[in-house]
Design a protein. Structure first.
Length: 582
């Protein structure tokens, strides 16, 4: 055989094989090549740059279900541009499916597991580049975090939003169903009507349809520059999504050949652009967890006060659910995220010179964007929906490290009332379901933070039940847990320090007066310090809910929500120091 064809051992190394040459090239790597040939790769395949194609495909939700198909188009693009794709899979947890159950606690934890597993596979197989396909909420920040750790040429492609469903002739989404549950419990709709909502809300593949967490973070990645502008917004079931995936495969090869790394894209200025995107579109408060976590992976910091500074100067211009009327598919039809960039740049509210993964600057993307005539999703910056952004950070005696409130979905800025204290979400949901909540109450859900949950589960079941019963305008809810991007109303999350580590929220008792003033950015517990000191002396941390496995490991390592609830920061360093010191 050697006489018929030259052996591959001495062929020149492709300059794009900056990492994989150590895996595949030369006589000493014959065993590795033998195993890869068993998979179906040829000598020519192994002589090219090797590109990881990461999917978060899973059969537990519609959000990621189209990724196996999209991966084939990504791989087509990689092959056409002279690379060799190697597909692999990691996990995902559906917030919408697990909501209101113990399974919801796995959701935020999955962000760390996804980032870790993508990093491990890419390091273990010495990929020269990577394309990461993401869908449901935590997969999107996890993909960006993994890119930062690896710092190899790569990009993230969102597999797209679900198309609108219908309920009673109106556009619907999964939040419609959660609120219908509350309406049924309140006696305002029948069981047949609830079943109609259940069957009509989610028509096929794609992540939840409003400007909830998935679509918020998808937009964030375009403003950060880690996703090619305009491609994330294509809905999951739009035929154009396949071509978008193929283009991403071609693009990653350009990045590999020019050694364009994520660290050259993500900067302090691009992070500020991302915060502006959240504020301008009434995006999910979960961005306040995910953006600091992403920043940390790029060696950057993003504080809660910086969120406030950007949101205060950024008007709300996108009329999107849950606070507004339109869905992410409507944003795509209106002209895409580029028209949001265009409006914000009119007032210099973005850093237009920031680079993106497709080679264009933010300013050029905005210049190229064309709004659909007559679109009503994005308002002109001169006539915004509100003069300030869709979220802000509060502090005060109840949240000395900060907490987040969403502003896009309500008009009230103040509330003062008696505390109704619940030590987990289920207790509160039962009280709402059984009509035991009164107008004016302040619902306090605690021991649901990163450590206490563990995993900081979302509260959509209870917040949607409140809205479904018509109480959204009359109560305040606050928690050391977090909210779904679909939550609206006067809801305050991420209260830090959390109850499980002895934060002031642990000291609240039934009937205590709590006040919030959004304009003053204050959340306060109106109890004398001497009384709080006596309560603090009596307080003891609860026993951990998990003592083994991934949940226990997460609780032992996770940081405060005010730092992004990450597991590779100060807590990890303390654990390592303790081990080193015996």
């Amino acid at each position: 055989m050697a006489a018929d064809r030259p052996l591959p051992y001495d062929r020149p190394v492709d300059p794009g094989k900056r990492h994989s040459h150590a895996l595949t090239d030369g006589p000493d790597r014959a065993a590795a090549r033998a195993m890869l040939k068993a998979v179906g790769f040829s000598d020519d395949d192994l002589a090219q740059p090797i590109i990881g194609v990461a999917t978060t495909w899973i059969e537990t939700m519609p959000c990621n279900i189209n990724q196996r198909r999209l991966a084939e188009f990504v791989k087509q693009g990689i092959r056409a541009a002279g690379g060799t794709p190697m597909e692999f899979n990691t996990v995902a947890v559906s917030d919408g499916v697990s909501m209101g159950t113990e399974g919801m606690k796995a959701s935020l934890i999955s962000r760390e597991v996804i980032a870790d597993s993508i990093e491990l596979v890419a390091r273990g197989h010495l990929f020269d580049g990577i394309v990461i396909l993401v869908g449901c909420d935590k997969t999107i920040p996890a993909g960006a975090m993994a890119l930062g750790r690896l710092d190899i040429p790569g990009l993230v492609l969102y597999n797209g939003t679900i198309l609108p469903g219908t309920y009673k002739g109106q556009p619907a989404d999964v939040v419609t169903v959660f609120e219908a549950i509350g309406a049924y419990r309140a006696g305002t709709i029948t069981l047949d009507e609830l079943y109609e909502a259940e069957n009509g809300a989610c028509p096929g593949a794609g992540a939840c349809g409003g400007q909830f967490t998935a679509n918020t973070m998808s937009m964030v990645l375009e403003f950060l520059g880690l996703s090619p502008a305009g491609l994330n917004g294509i809905p999951a079931e739009d035929p154009a999504k396949d071509e978008a995936a193929r283009r991403c495969g071609e693009l990653v090869m350009t990045l590999v050949h020019h050694d364009v790394r994520p660290s050259s894209i993500v900067t302090k200025r691009s992070l500020e652009n991302a915060v502006a995107a959240v504020a301008a579109t009434g995006g999910s408060t979960n961005a306040v967890l995910h953006l600091p976590a992403i920043a940390a992976e790029y060696g950057l910091s993003l504080s809660l006060d910086e969120f406030t500074a950007v949101a205060d100067r950024t008007p709300l211009i996108a009329d999107m659910r849950p606070g507004g009327r339109y869905l992410a598919a409507d944003m795509y039809q209106a002209g895409g995220v580029g028209i949001v960039m265009k409006e914000l740049l009119k007032r210099d509210l973005l850093h237009g010179g920031e680079k993106t993964i497709d080679g264009r600057t933010i300013a050029r993307i905005a210049e190229d964007a064309v709004a659909t005539e007559g679109q009503r999703v994005v308002h002109p910056i001169e006539t915004p929906i509100k003069p300030f952004g869709g979220l802000t950070i509060l502090r005060g005696s109840l949240a000395p490290e900060g907490c987040v409130v969403k502003l896009a979905g309500h008009e009230r800025k103040t509330h003062r009332g008696p505390a109704r204290v619940f030590n987990n979400e289920n207790e509160c949901y039962a009280a709402v379901r059984d009509r035991k909540i009164n107008k004016g109450d302040v619902l306090v859900i605690r021991y649901e933070g990163p450590v206490g949950g563990p995993g900081m589960q979302e509260m959509l079941s209870v917040t949607a039940a409140i809205q479904g019963q018509g109480l959204g305008g009359d109560i305040l809810l606050l928690t050391d847990g977090r909210f779904s991007g679909g939550t609206h109303g006067l809801m305050i999350g991420h209260v830090a320090p959390e109850a499980a580590v002895g934060g002031p929220i642990a000291l609240v008792e039934e009937g205590d007066i709590i006040s919030v003033d959004v304009d003053a950015k204050a959340l306060n517990l109106e109890v004398d310090e001497a009384v709080l000191a006596e309560r603090r002396a009596r307080w003891a941390p609860p026993a951990p809910r998990y003592t083994t496995g991934v949940m226990a490991k997460y609780a032992a390592l996770v940081s405060s929500a005010s730092l992004g609830a990450v597991t590779n920061g100060a807590a990890l360093q303390r654990a390592l120091d303790a081990r080193m010191n015996g």
